[in-house]
Ligand binder design. Structure first.
Ligand code: ACO
Ligand code: OAA
Length: 372
């Protein structure tokens, strides 16, 4: 083992391991999943096809997709104990607490929890992907005082979730914009939540524990929680005409503007143009022009003042708001998508494992005796 005393705060710039799942190239502003540009996947694929790709390395044939879709649809129902657990969660807790608890409970219920083989983990990953929308939608409706809507086995993943949330499938343009957001959110190399999942997996712990840890990491506003923060900020701003002053004041107070900046990208997030176009489609269908204007003013002012560009959470915030979701459900939706990337990484980590345990430089009190 080689040791170094150089400290890379936040592991910035450190290459920790290899991965064959996705590649982020900040210089060319590109992101590929298993070699396919994410923009092409968003233009031509369903979320189910992308999940299959992440787990299996190749896009499915028609027959493979048919079998995969059937298995996903057959796993959508949450059992009574899980639904009653969701119903018992405090109204005051964040919906991310509900999904974190639900995944932990699924692990506790699974008699094969300790089987960490890739085959078993693929089965568990599909189950989590299939049941998470049922949990998120039931919790969303519960908070509105509504009964849950059961999953439908004849609807696609995105349509079924929207139907479970709103009791009807919205216009095709809204369904497609939502599905595009899921595809863009699915995977992003060694981000903080994926890394948390890999750390847990590296101890030979189980997939549910790793996903639970990842959900905890995603919740924070420097990571997935930013999509909610963006919309809270936009509502606080209220009108596009106030956006410029709002952002200048924020920067003058040296506060971070949520939805901007990225650890890896320096000249813009590769996924933003695709999601920005999806936001425009949603706004056109819902009369949400005001939020697009505010988006543009915030982007322009931030760029002029700092050169810092929006990340994916910036367009998804107003897009989800215009689709009709309560703000607190934005990050759980991110979980519904990213669970595919997390579990692909959990399987990859398991197949070539080394315990993840970095070093630290001690800066505390020098050694001293205990005086009895
Ligand atoms: C899906 C996702 O997880 S995407 C990320 C979502 N998170 C957010 O949108 C939260 C807001 N953004 C941020 O906090 C940051 O840009 C991060 C955490 C995403 C990445 O940050 P890091 O790589 O650690 O860079 P760091 O936070 O040190 O920023 C570098 C400089 O840019 C500034 N900066 C970076 N992002 C922002 C921002 N959003 N608003 C204002 N200033 C910013 C920092 O203040 C810092 O300035 P300084 O050098 O003068 O101190
Ligand atoms: O890569 C990151 O650090 C954060 C991010 O954009 C993501 O997880 O999608």
């Amino acid at each position: 083992m080689t040791e170094t005393t150089t400290i890379f705060k936040g592991l910035a710039g450190v290459v920790v391991d290899t991965t064959a799942i996705s590649k982020v190239v900040p210089e060319t502003n590109s992101l590929t999943y298993r070699g396919y540009p994410v923009q092409d996947l968003a233009a031509h694929c369903s979320f189910e096809q992308v999940a299959y790709l992440l787990w299996n390395g190749e896009l499915p044939t028609d027959a493979q997709l048919e079998m995969f879709t059937q298995r996903e649809r057959a796993n959508r129902r949450a059992d009574r104990s899980l639904l009653s657990l969701v119903a018992k969660m405090p109204d005051s807790c964040h919906p991310m607490d509900v999904v974190r608890t639900a995944i932990s409970f699924l692990g506790a219920e699974d008699p094969a929890e300790e089987d960490n083989s890739p085959a078993a983990n693929r089965v568990k990953a599909l189950r989590m992907m299939a049941v998470l929308p049922t949990i998120v939608a039931a919790d969303h409706r519960r908070r509105r005082g509504l009964d849950p809507v059961a999953p439908h086995s004849h609807l696609g993943f995105a349509e079924n979730f929207l139907n479970m949330c709103f009791g009807a499938v919205p216009a095709p343009a809204i369904v497609r914009a939502f599905e595009v957001s899921l595809i863009l959110y699915a995977e992003h190399s060694f981000n903080a939540s994926t890394f948390a999942a890999r750390v847990v997996t590296s101890t030979l712990s189980d997939i549910y524990s790793a996903v639970t840890a990842a959900i905890g990491a995603l919740k924070g506003p420097l990571h997935g929680g930013a999509n909610e923060a963006v919309m809270h900020d936009m509502l606080e701003i209220g009108e596009p005409a106030r956006a410029e002053v709002w952002i200048r004041d924020k920067l003058a107070r040296k506060e971070k503007v949520m939805g901007f900046g990225h650890r890896v990208y320096r000249s813009g997030d590769s996924r933003v143009p695709t999601m920005r176009a999806a936001l425009a489609d949603v706004a056109a269908h819902t009369g949400g022009d005001k939020w697009v204007q505010m988006y543009e003013t915030l982007e322009r002012t931030m760029n002029g003042a700092t050169g810092i560009k929006p990340n994916l959470d910036f367009p998804t915030g107003p897009a989800y708001y215009l689709m009709g979701f309560d703000i607190e459900v934005f990050t759980p939706i991110f979980v519904m998508s990213r669970v595919t990337g997390w579990t692909a990484h959990i399987i990859e980590q398991g197949e070539s494992n080394a315990l993840i345990r970095p070093l630290s430089e001690y800066t505390g009190v020098a050694q001293r005796p205990v005086v009895a």
